[in-house]
Design a protein around this ligand. Sequence first.
Ligand code: HEC
Ligand code: HEC
Length: 356
Amino acid sequence: MNNRCRRQTVPAILSIVGLFPWLVACGPAEAPAPEVDPYAFAVPAHFPEPTYTLENNPVTEAGFNLGKALFFDANLSRDGSVSCNNCHQQAIAFADNPAHPTSVGVDNRLGSRNAPALNNLAFFPEFFWDGGVNHLDFVPINAIESPVEMDATLVEVVEYLSNSERYRTLFQEAFGITEITSPYMLYALSQFTVMMISAKSPYDEYVLGNTEALTPQEARGAVLFEENCSSCHAGVLQTDFSYRNNGLDDEFPDAGRANITEHPDDVGKFRVPSLRNVALTAPYMHNARFSSLEEVLDHYTRGMVYSATLDEAFINTRGQVKPMALSIEEREDIIAFLHTLTDRAFISNPIFRNND
Ligand code: HEC
Ligand code: HEC
């Protein structure tokens, strides 16, 4: 925030009579901020171009609100018990409750992966831990139809929506349509999820030039992160969106990227995750292996195991596992830095709140 100008702490009359001319010079900083439409999709200045096809599905307030109604509606699941919000909760950056290390769907059926945080999805080229979905609009089909998540069919969901007076009105307002179809339902959900932009953490302020946004420890962590982590956790989203094996296992009950490519070189590789809001989203890794950031750092310094697809960054010249050489203090600095990726404005943004 701008803290150069503190005129509000001085009785207005003093500045008016000219006793404090320097305070008057502060004037413009106090002008009311220009009205920002909270429902307009805006790319943060330091972000890459969005990958989402916004031109086909521009965000509107009515479309966003329809998407929100769908996101919170458990009737999209077979037995009316599970909504998207069950596994993606705003207070923890739309990750899942830590009591569900792997996701829990209808009839308490257990999924095999940890539900990722949802943020900055408009900038993602592919989705899921294995990149199995390549367009955001198609993601909800997987959630709705997965037997371990919502276990319904798109046909059933469209029928439910069509029988609802409320939804008929919401679709009419959002898209001007009188007959509800699944593509419009998916458009509405995407309008809600593309607006989940997290770009106001202390880290963002730092990137945008405010060197005081990080404490000295956090700033040391930023340098160590750059040196040790950013070859994979790259750029402002902390991911290069590649699929890699970071040494969790030497056997792979979940083949990861190879499920999609069917290529043996991809067995045990998973998408490098964005680390935005990571301090809020424990447990960690696709299989929820670690319950704290300390455990994650322990993994990189002494827990990695060798397998044929282990990333070359973690292999030394003799073909053995090369753990990261980080002192305890350095690990603490990195963890302090990871906490600066927490974006309070995002997790408390009222536009995402259920107002039913
Ligand atoms: C039962 C828990 C559960 C429910 C319900 C659920 N999800 Fe998810 N979601 C997950 C899991 C687990 C993943 C990761 C899947 C994978 O990698 O195979 C995921 C992944 C995603 C992703 C991709 C994120 C990324 O980083 O690639 C999006 C977007 C998403 N879900 C949106 C939704 C929407 C919208 C709904 C409602 C229609 C929904 N989810 C319902 C558990 C759930
Ligand atoms: C060679 C690439 C690579 C490097 C270097 C790397 N990571 Fe990762 N990281 C990954 C991959 C791949 C995953 C996901 C693995 C999985 O779930 O199977 C991951 C997962 C994580 C997660 C879990 C996030 C979540 O949402 O579950 C954290 C935290 C993390 N890394 C932090 C770091 C830190 C801190 C460093 C540097 C000290 C680092 N990583 C270095 C590739 C890398």
